[in-house]
Ligand binder design. Structure first.
Ligand code: Z5A
Length: 215
């Protein structure tokens, strides 16, 4: 059978602090792309449905404990286990909209005592490289207006402050196509901003090979 010389989909990641609106915007973006006849799928990390993801979910709910390095590697393994599926979809021309990725992995774990960013980045090296990483920027004060912290592990203001500083460090990495979004706007305005940038990234990705992160 003839191989379709199809154009690959784009890998688009949304990152940002707690309550910045990542999940809301990922869903709206997938819907908007599908409605404009661009195949698109949503991927969420952690993916709590796999055996590894169930371990992570139990950890986040404080139902289980893991040694800090071990749980970092679980979050990373949870991404690697999705890579074959992600590559298949991208090759088929499906754009993937990803709710958190390696950047959350690094920003959260390196907020812990004794963890360097370098150590945290290592297991993520070589993952499919996003064509676009949208950082939904929201101040802690504005996040607080959207409700209280949840009761999962990491949802405390001291820890989140360290996470925010780590994200700001990661934003300086010019090997990654970061674009900062003002997440304090209305849901619709943020959505419009994100869809415009995503359409451009999709066009650009069609003529570029998929890269490898931090490699
Ligand atoms: N974690 C990690 O340590 N290592 C890793 O590798 C990964 C993750 C991948 C669980 O993640 C934890 O795992 C997380 C990081 C860590 N710990 N923390 N914190 P998660 O993705 O499951 O986290 P979450 O708690 O589900 O997401 P979130 O950050 O809290 O929320 P969000 O997705 O950014 O926001 P949202 O759910 O779309 O919106 C939050 C609320 O604001 C909601 O009521 C919305 O209706 C409202 N909202 C949204 N947009 C707006 C605007 N524009 N205006 C007003 N109100 C809005």
């Amino acid at each position: 059978a003839a191989v379709m010389a199809g154009k690959r989909g784009a890998l688009i990641v949304l990152e940002g602090m707690d309550r910045a609106g990542k999940t809301t915007q990922c869903k709206k973006l997938v819907q908007a792309l599908q409605q404009s006849n661009r195949p698109a799928d949503l991927i969420t990390f952690p993916d709590r449905t796999t055996p590894i993801g169930q371990q992570i979910s139990a950890y986040l709910k404080s139902d289980t404990d893991f040694e800090d390095h071990a749980v970092h590697l679980l979050f990373s393994a949870n991404r690697w286990e999705m890579v074959p599926l992600m590559k298949r979809k991208l090759e088929q021309g499906v754009t993937l909209v990803v709710d958190r990725y390696a950047f959350s992995g690094v920003a959260f774990s390196s907020a812990k005592q004794g963890f360097s960013m370098d150590w945290c980045r290592n297991p993520e090296v070589g993952l499919p490289k996003p064509d676009l990483v949208l950082y939904l920027q929201l101040s802690p004060a504005e996040a607080a207006l959207r409700g209280q912290f949840g009761d999962e592990r990491y949802e405390t203001s001291a820890f989140q402050k360290a996470v925010k500083q780590n994200f700001e460090q990661l934003l300086k990495d010019s090997s990654v196509n970061w674009q900062v979004i003002d997440a304090s706007q209305s849901v619709e305005d943020v959505h419009k901003d994100i869809t415009d940038r995503s359409h451009k990234a999709i066009i650009r990705a069609q003529s570029l090979p998929l890269g490898e992160l931090w490699k």
